[in-house]
Each structure stands twice: as structure tokens, then as C-alpha cells.
Design a protein around this ligand. Structure first.
Ligand SMILES: [Zn+2]
Ligand SMILES: [Zn+2]
Length: 266
């Protein structure tokens, strides 16, 4: 089969399940950045929503690159503030108006600010309910809050919920609980960090429920740590996963792509 490729190695397709490429960080080089992503084999990029202020850029990026970029809709827990009810109304309005790839990113963040924890819980739970009603996956941000997010999902899992715990950073036990709830784990640049702590989790749970993500422009993998992250760097995460799992790169690409399609649809 390789002979048909005239000596060139086939590029394995991979899916970036989480990248904020509509942010200002990418304004100056969006199209060359997306060319680099395609060259690296990235065939689709799922873009999480954060708050209403970013929605125009999110939707415009999707409209300009319809095959490659897909938008989600949701209120990020770090943007749950005094006005969260109005923000949630905007999310609900958009979800009723047109299709989205997922409800996200939503969840709980206990790292930055604990002022609005109760509102964060309410906003998360509401948006999870909308995902269930619409038959959409839910993409979960669970910083320092993995157990609390698991509890909310467990309480609302009536067989309709599926989705991703993005940037998963918990223990092997938490990973198993998430998998038992029918969810997937989003694995990104942290996997390449020396003290990332993810390798034992992956050895424990295997690849069947893992999806790849960059979380660009954040969490840049080694050796580019400290610089802006971008979807082309997803292949470094896939390569590290291949090293940890002891599987060929092409197989890791195929498994994680199949998993992403199981969450979002083909
Ligand atoms: Zn996040
Ligand atoms: Zn994110």
C-alpha cells in the first residue's frame, strides 16, 4: 500500500476537540496557522464557547472555515459572574436558533475565584440539562473540581448525556468514574510535561475513551512550552500518547479520531 504514496509517508488524521482559535491571539495569522494544522493532519477543530462577548468571533471563524472548524455554545465557569442569568439566556437563545457541535465549555472552576461557586453549579447544571434535551454532547471544564463535576453529571445522567472532561487532570479512579458515566477524557499538552502526572492514568484506563485536544492558545506541549499553542501542535500530544501506550502513531490517531467522532458525530 505504501508504494501508492510514492515514498511519502501518509499523514494520519487527528481531531483537535478543544481549541480557542477565534481569540485575539490568532488574529494576525489565522489562515497560515490553519494551514499548519492541516499539514499536521488535523482534519477538524472544535471550538468551545466562553462568554457572550466572544460569540461573534467564534461564529465568524466557523463560517470562514466550515469544513474544518465547528463551534460549541456555552458559558464557561470563569465567566459566571453577577450577570450570569443574562449570559445563560444568550446561550439558550443561540442553542434554540441553530445547531452546535456541543454545549461547552461548561463546568466548575475552583482555581481562580470561589465568589460565585453556587452560581457556577447552577449554570453548569442548567447547561447540562440543555445538552440532554438537545441530544448534544457536553464539554466540561473541571479545574480543581473533578469530583464536583462528576457528582453533577452522575446526578443528571439519565442515559442521554455524553461528552468530554476536557483537559483531564484527575486520578485513575476519577478517570474510571468518568468513563463509567459514559464520558471521554480530553488529553492535551499536559501529557508532555514532566510532572503532568497523566501517564499512569493512561496506563490504567487505556485509549478507548481518550480524545486529543490542544486547548490552544493555552497549555502548549513540550518543546514549545511557554509559547502560544496552536492546533498543529496536536501531533506532539498524539506522539507522546503513542510513546506511553506503546502503539504506532497511526493507531493512536485512528483510535482518538474514532472516539471524537463517537462524541460529536462524524
Ligand atoms: Zn477549559
Ligand atoms: Zn477551553
Amino acid at each position: 500500500m505504501m508504494a501508492h504514496l510514492c515514498g511519502m509517508e501518509a499523514v494520519s488524521h487527528i481531531i483537535d476537540t478543544h481549541a480557542h482559535i477565534y481569540l485575539d491571539e490568532f488574529k494576525s495569522d489565522l489562515s497560515s496557522m490553519l494551514d499548519r494544522a492541516r499539514d499536521a493532519g488535523v482534519e477538524r477543530i472544535y471550538m468551545p464557547g466562553i462568554a457572550s462577548a466572544d460569540i461573534p468571533d467564534l461564529l465568524q471563524t466557523e463560517a470562514m472555515h466550515p469544513g474544518l472548524c465547528r463551534a460549541m455554545m456555552g458559558l464557561h465557569p470563569c465567566y459566571v459572574g453577577e450577570d450570569y442569568k443574562a449570559e445563560l439566556d444568550i446561550v439558550a437563545d443561540w442553542l434554540s436558533k441553530r445547531p452546535f457541535a456541543a454545549v461547552g465549555e461548561v463546568g466548575l472552576d475552583f482555581h481562580w475565584d470561589l465568589t460565585h461557586v453556587e452560581a457556577q453549579r447552577e449554570a453548569f447544571s442548567k447547561q447540562v440539562g440543555w445538552a440532554a434535551d438537545l441530544g448534544l454532547p457536553v464539554v466540561i471544564h473541571s479545574r480543581k473540581s473533578t469530583d464536583a463535576c462528576i457528582d453533577i453529571i452522575r446526578g443528571q445522567q439519565d442515559g442521554r448525556l455524553k461528552g468530554i472532561f476536557h483537559c483531564f487532570s484527575g486520578t485513575a479512579d476519577e478517570a474510571r468514574e468518568i468513563i463509567d458515566l459514559g464520558f471521554y477524557l480530553g488529553i492535551g499538552g499536559v501529557l508532555t510535561y514532566k510532572n503532568g502526572g497523566l501517564a499512569p492514568v493512561i496506563e490504567a484506563v487505556g485509549l478507548d475513551r481518550l480524545v486529543l485536544e490542544t486547548d490552544a492558545p493555552y497549555l502548549t506541549p513540550v518543546p514549545f512550552r511557554g509559547k502560544r499553542n496552536e492546533p498543529a501542535h496536536l501531533k506532539l500530544v498524539a506522539q507522546r500518547l503513542s510513546d506511553i501506550a506503546g502503539l504506532p502513531y497511526a493507531e493512536v490517531a485512528a483510535i482518538t479520531t474514532r472516539n471524537a467522532q463517537a462524541v460529536f458525530g462524524a
